[in-house]
Design a protein around this ligand. Structure first.
Ligand SMILES: Cc1cc2nc3c(=O)[nH]c(=O)nc-3n(C[C@H](O)[C@H](O)[C@H](O)COP(=O)(O)OP(=O)(O)OC[C@H]3O[C@@H](n4cnc5c(N)ncnc54)[C@H](O)[C@@H]3O)c2cc1C
Length: 440
C-alpha cells in the first residue's frame, strides 16, 4: 500500500473537480502535491450538466481529449419553462464550437482524478482529513484518518499550503466557523433520482424517444414549480431528474414519504410526466441534500485556499458549479505558484485571489438568486467582472437571466455598471429565444 508522505509543498483536501484540477495545475508546474480524498473513487455525485465554458479550463489542465474520448452526451443548450413561459438557449448562437455535456459525475470526476495522477500528483483515496493546525504559519499540519485498512490509522502531513476542496463538507470553513447560510428564506432542499428509458427534450424543443439520442441533440430541461424548480438531464444509460424546493415543502416527511412525493410529482407535472411516460424509476436511486445555499466569509489566507463548493455554493439553476470549481482551482494555484516563488508576497497574492473568488461567487449568486437580494455579495466586485466580459458572453448571460423570474438583481447590477445602455436591444434580448408553449 502506497504510504502517505510526511511532508510536501501543497496538501489538497478532496478529489472532486476543484481538487483534481488544482492537483493537475500544480503537478504540471513540478510542485510536490498530495491529494487526500476521503472515499474510494469512482463515487456518485450530483451536478451532471456542464455549460461549454468548462472546456477552456480542461484545455489548461490538458484533459479535454480524455473527456472527448469518453463520449459523454453532447447537449446543444437548454430549454426552460418558467412560470409557463418557454425560453431556449442554443450554445451555437453564442460562438461556442464545442458542446455542453451531460456527464455521469462518477466517471467524469474519476477521469479528472486519474489525469491528475498521470501528471505527477500524489493521489490517495479513503483518507479523510480531520483538521489543520495552522499554529506554525510556515508549516501547516494536516491531520487525517487513513481508512484503507480495517484498523484506521491516525496520522498527519506537513506542508506549506493547504487547498480545501472538500465540497459541501467545507472542512476549513467549519474549522474557522466562517460558513454562513445565504438567507433564512433560501432554505432549499434538493432531491434527485434516476430513470431508465426516459424520453428527452431535443434542440428542436420536441419530446423524443430515447432511441433518437444519437440523431437529435438533447438539451437540459428546466421547469419552475412549487416555489423552486426541477431538472431533466438525459445521460447515456439513464436520466437524472431532480427537484430544488423550499425545505418547508417536505417538512415532517420521512424518507419514504419524500420518495412518494417525488414519484407522484414526476407522474403529475406537465411536460415532465410526458417525458417520463415510457420510463422506469431506478429503485433506491433517490437522494437528498438539505439547505445547501451557503458561503464562507474567509476563503483565502497566507497558507490556505478554499476552492469550489468548499468556499460557497449557489443554486445550480445555471449549471455553474463545476465551472466555478475549475475557475477557483486555476486562480488559487496561480497564487500558490507565485507564493512558492516569492514567499514575501504571499499575503498579497492570497488577497488578490480572495477578491477574484468572491467576485466570481458573487456574480454566480447574482445570476442564480436574482431578486433574493445581495446577501453575501460585494456588488462592486460583481460589476467589475460584468465590465470585463466580452459582449457576446454578456448577451448570453442576459438571455440566461431572462429565462427565470430571478433576473431583477442581475439587471440592477448591470444597470449600475452602466452596461444596460450598451445593450440597446436589452429588451429584445429578454424576449430572444422566447416561445409560447411546448408541443408536448
Ligand atoms: C442538487 C445539485 C445539482 C447540481 N447541478 C449542477 C449542474 O448541473 N452543473 C454543475 O456544474 N454543477 C451542479 N451542481 C454543483 C456541483 O455538483 C458542485 O459545484 C461541484 O461538484 C463542486 O466540485 P468540488 O470539487 O468543489 O466538490 P465535490 O465534487 O463535492 O468534491 C469534494 C470531494 O471532497 C471529498 N471530501 C469531503 N470531505 C473530505 C475530507 N474531510 N477529507 C478528504 N476528502 C474529503 C468528498 O468525498 C468529495 O469527493 C449541483 C449541485 C447540487 C447540490
Amino acid at each position: 500500500m502506497k504510504r502517505v508522505p510526511s511532508k510536501c509543498d501543497v496538501v489538497i483536501i478532496g478529489g472532486g473537480p476543484a481538487g483534481s484540477s488544482a492537483a493537475t495545475h500544480l503537478a504540471l508546474a513540478g510542485i510536490d502535491v498530495v491529494l487526500l480524498e476521503k472515499v474510494k473513487f469512482p463515487r456518485n455525485q450530483v451536478g451532471e450538466s456542464l455549460i461549454p465554458h468548462f472546456w477552456k479550463f480542461t484545455d489548461m489542465t490538458k484533459v479535454s481529449e480524455k473527456i472527448q474520448q469518453e463520449g459523454f452526451v453532447a447537449k446543444g443548450g437548454a430549454v426552460t419553462v418558467w412560470d409557463n413561459q418557454v425560453h431556449q438557449i442554443k450554445f451555437s448562437e453564442f460562438g461556442f464550437t464545442r458542446p455542453g455535456l451531460h456527464i455521469e459525475r462518477d466517471r467524469f470526476d474519476e477521469i479528472l482524478l486519474k489525469h491528475a495522477e498521470s501528471c505527477g500528483a500524489n493521489i490517495f483515496n479513503q483518507i479523510a482529513v480531520k483538521g489543520v493546525d495552522f499554529s506554525n504559519a510556515e508549516t501547516p499540519r494536516v491531520f487525517y484518518t487513513d481508512k484503507r485498512e480495517q484498523a484506521y490509522i491516525e496520522s498527519s502531513i506537513d506542508c506549506r499550503y493547504v487547498l480545501d476542496a472538500s465540497g459541501s463538507n467545507t472542512c476549513l470553513a467549519n474549522q474557522f466557523k466562517s460558513r454562513q447560510t445565504i438567507s433564512a428564506e433560501l432554505n432549499f432542499l434538493s432531491m434527485w433520482g434516476y430513470f431508465k428509458h426516459s424520453s428527452f427534450v431535443g434542440i428542436d424543443r420536441n419530446c423524443h424517444k430515447i432511441e433518437d439520442l444519437s440523431k437529435v441533440k438533447p438539451v437540459t430541461f428546466v421547469m419552475s414549480f412549487g416555489g423552486g424548480w426541477l431538472w431533466h438531464i438525459v445521460l447515456r444509460e439513464k436520466t437524472s431528474v431532480g427537484f430544488i424546493l423550499p425545505s418547508k415543502t417536505t417538512v415532517g416527511m420521512n424518507r419514504q414519504q419524500r420518495e412518494v412525493f417525488f414519484r407522484k410529482s414526476c407522474k403529475q407535472l406537465p411536460h415532465l410526466s410526458t417525458l417520463l411516460a415510457p420510463a422506469q424509476f431506478i429503485e433506491g436511486s433517490l437522494e437528498f441534500r438539505p439547505d445547501y445555499s451557503y458561503y464562507s466569509t474567509n476563503v483565502c489566507g497566507e497558507n490556505y485556499y478554499c476552492i469550489g463548493d468548499s468556499g460557497a455554493f449557489v443554486d445550480p439553476v445555471f449549471s455553474h458549479g463545476v465551472q466555478n470549481a475549475f475557475y477557483n482551482a486555476a486562480i488559487a494555484t496561480t497564487a500558490i505558484k507565485a507564493s512558492l516563488k516569492n514567499p514575501k508576497n504571499r499575503k498579497r497574492y492570497s488577497q488578490l485571489c480572495e477578491s477574484r473568488m468572491q467576485q466570481f461567487y458573487g456574480f454566480s449568486r447574482a445570476l442564480a438568486l436574482g431578486e433574493f437580494g445581495n446577501n453575501g455579495i460585494k456588488p462592486d466586485l460583481v460589476k467589475n467582472l460584468m465590465k470585463s466580459l466580452p459582449p457576446l458572453e454578456l448577451k448570453l448571460l442576459l438571455l440566461a437571466s431572462a429565462m427565470t423570474n430571478r433576473s431583477d438583481n442581475f439587471y440592477k447590477l448591470l444597470n449600475e455598471a452602466g452596461l444596460l445602455e450598451a445593450f440597446e436591444d436589452s429588451s429584445a434580448i429578454k424576449s430572444m429565444g422566447k416561445f409560447d408553449q411546448l408541443s408536448f
